[in-house]
Ligand binder design. Sequence first.
Ligand code: ZN
Ligand code: ZN
Length: 436
Amino acid sequence: MIKGSKVLKGIEIMDIQAILAGLHDCPCGKDHPCDIRYVELGKDVLLRLDEICRPFSRILLVSDGNTYPLCGDKTKKILGDKVVSEMQFGKETVVPNEDAIARIEGQMVDGTDFIIGIGSGVINDLCKHVSFAHGIRYAIIATAPSMDGYASVGAALILEEMKVTLNARVPYAILAEDDVVCTAPVDMLQSGYGDIVGKYSCLNDWKLAHLLRNEYFCDFVYNYVINTVKNTEATAKAVLVREPAAIRNLMEGLVSVGIMMSYVGNSRPASGSEHHLSHFFEITGLLNHMPYYLHGIDVLYSAAVTAQLREKLQTVKKPLVSAIPNEATRQEQIKRIYSSASDGILALQKKVGFYDELNIQALDERWDEICEVLSRAPTYKAMLGYLDAIGLNIHEFDAFYGKETIRDALLYAKDLKDRYTVLWLGFALGIDCFEA
Ligand SMILES: [Zn+2]
Ligand SMILES: [Zn+2]
């Protein structure tokens, strides 16, 4: 057994405190440092704030009308007069935009040397961004096991009405108290579960990119994330009834996957085609003022869609036939789908050059190897089983977005990112997942 590891459901996995120390001289050739000082998950962990905040003396506390009541008073009681200012948003959903950033900055006083956020995705992203922009550190007191961004480097914001991820720094400390996270709303629990189980899709994309583009790959990180998914996939029922052990396991999984992203230096181990589809629904939703699901719910549905795509691809027989539309048609489609955001997307793909690399003959030559990689991901049926276990149904997803939008996503979500995934294969071969 590795030092600092534990066995969960028969799978050996390194304890979160052990991975915090970083991993040096990894066989992949990289050093994997970790800049997060504390991860405290469990009962009464807020009491640890006293020690965690010892180096700091002027703290800004950020929360909203839903998260402050959960542990705002308790936090202030522990930290006493170190909390010198406060930004409390209202009860309505906070949008991580220019206005929210300015409101937090407006509460910074002379000598503010630390920020503490109480919340989940949005509060975390805002505190991550503002602290980084001002050269100080921050801690997040998590209120829901809803996504894996707590430990990540990037801050997901909506600037000029467009979703962007800005480079920032991981938090100094992540805390999650059982009594708080166990009260999270059910859709946030579904979202956290979905963000973990959806990793089956991105891990397969990583293997594919390693095979076809010789992209950097780390076995340790890959296996760590796979084991985290395996430790979570069977806990859906326990998560839904808020069993503290299952919620803590989910929270640990979300934080440790975030740490794996910082090990690698990008989000490859945690985000692939399924995340590109979920970003598509979010971005086109923002552009067209249409609703979209919570992040991890979109991710799990999208991971079922990409599982179906992988299965369809494995039925394609050689010789492969190109279905790549000409450049003018592609640009027309991008403009139709992304309207005001299309120029940036076209420019990105021009820079990345994946379209120039779409060579059907090269794919044909390696088709057996490609299918072997694709076959390692769970089947569409298995993904429907995970959806069902956590109380979600693919027919609701189909009705919510409509088949045309999902088809657009399958063909053109790939253009949002500079990352090779199975979506490029599906596009090159013209796979239609809605065809019987
Ligand atoms: Zn490595
Ligand atoms: Zn995610």
